[in-house]
Design a protein around this ligand. Structure first.
Ligand SMILES: [Fe+2]
Ligand SMILES: [Zn+2]
Length: 312
């Protein structure tokens, strides 16, 4: 549709017409304000201040922030596998290495989030329900999906695995074990099964007022994949208040450091499950990561957790 970017009058024509059908085909970067927009943005930049890029990742790598008016970062376009491909994976790897977590941006539409969250009450999709207070995990409830999982969850698990497995293999090597993770999730599941872990671990979590999740690590057996992904299915400020996603990092002989990760509905975050390598003066050492959820003040907060290792 738009083969040549800069110098293409059709791109500028789409911007002038505020053509919504051009949204997602390219993005407009405004040199003067360092903001990038959808072509349909109501803002009126001068042509001489604009340059065009194909993807959000390119815009962000050029130092641009998403426009607060047209929210190009909230745009959902294409099948789930295409959205996963469009994530800035080199940027994700750099952030995971730096802080132990990385926001992936929005992967699911509001409708997809609502459909997934609605499965929670339906019941038939799950292998078990955990009441968190009963185990001292916090307050709230979660359910593990049974095989076969809903297609959306299966796609997320297999496609996201393929993206994070190379990062996990580098971490493992830096921590002294030269044994890469399989490239395909099916092969990794076979490896989990041979360790006696053959029950799926993707889950839906449901928190109501006063609920919370204590800082923890999702370890189930000897086989652990070091990165996991969570997707917020509810809208903060609308469906619920409070309930922030929290991560802590514990380095040897240091006090813990905390991160609060801002997420909107449909946004995904990748984070370290347990140990991650940190570069020290005498080579890499292990930093211990934990994650949890702050107390919900009101409403209902639903999340999808995608853990890549299976459980016994
Ligand atoms: Fe967890
Ligand atoms: Zn805009």
């Amino acid at each position: 549709m738009f083969d040549e970017l800069d110098g293409d009058d059709r791109l500028w024509a789409a911007v002038v017409a505020r053509d919504p059908s051009a949204d997602g085909a390219f993005y407009c970067c405004v040199r003067t304000t360092k903001v990038y927009c959808r072509p349909s943005c109501a803002g009126r930049p001068l042509r001489k201040n604009l340059f065009f890029v194909r993807t959000r990742a390119e815009a962000e790598r050029s130092g641009m922030r998403a426009c607060k008016r047209c929210r190009p970062d909230r745009l959902i376009r294409g099948a789930l596998c295409e959205r996963i491909s469009a994530v800035d994976w080199p940027g994700v790897e750099a952030k995971l290495d730096d802080l132990g977590f990385a926001r992936l941006g929005r992967l699911l539409s509001d409708v997809e989030c609502e459909r997934l969250a609605a499965l929670y009450g339906a019941g038939g999709e799950f292998r078990s329900t955990v009441t968190m207070a009963r185990h001292g995990f916090g307050a709230g409830e979660y359910k593990y999906f049974a095989d076969p999982m809903p297609e959306l969850v299966e796609t997320l698990r297999t496609d996201l695995y393929a993206r994070v497995a190379p990062i996990a293999s580098v971490w493992r090597r830096r921590l002294g074990e030269d044994r890469p993770y399989p490239q395909a999730h099916a092969d990794y599941r076979a490896l989990c099964a041979s360790a006696g872990q053959n029950r799926p671990t993707p889950l839906l979590l449901s928190y109501g007022p006063g609920d919370y999740n204590r800082l923890h690590q999702d370890l189930y057996g000897s086989e652990t994949f070091p990165i996991q992904i969570a997707i917020l299915l509810s809208a903060p400020g609308k469906d619920f208040d409070g309930g922030e996603f929290i991560l802590t990092e514990q380095r040897p002989r240091m006090q813990a450091r905390a991160h609060v990760v801002p997420l909107e509905q449909g946004d995904a975050v990748a984070f370290a499950v347990n140990d991650r390598p940190v570069e020290g003066a005498k080579g890499p050492y292990r930093a211990k990561m934990r994650h949890g959820v702050a107390t919900l003040r009101s409403g209902r907060r639903m999340t999808l957790g995608v853990i890549f290792h299976d459980a016994p």
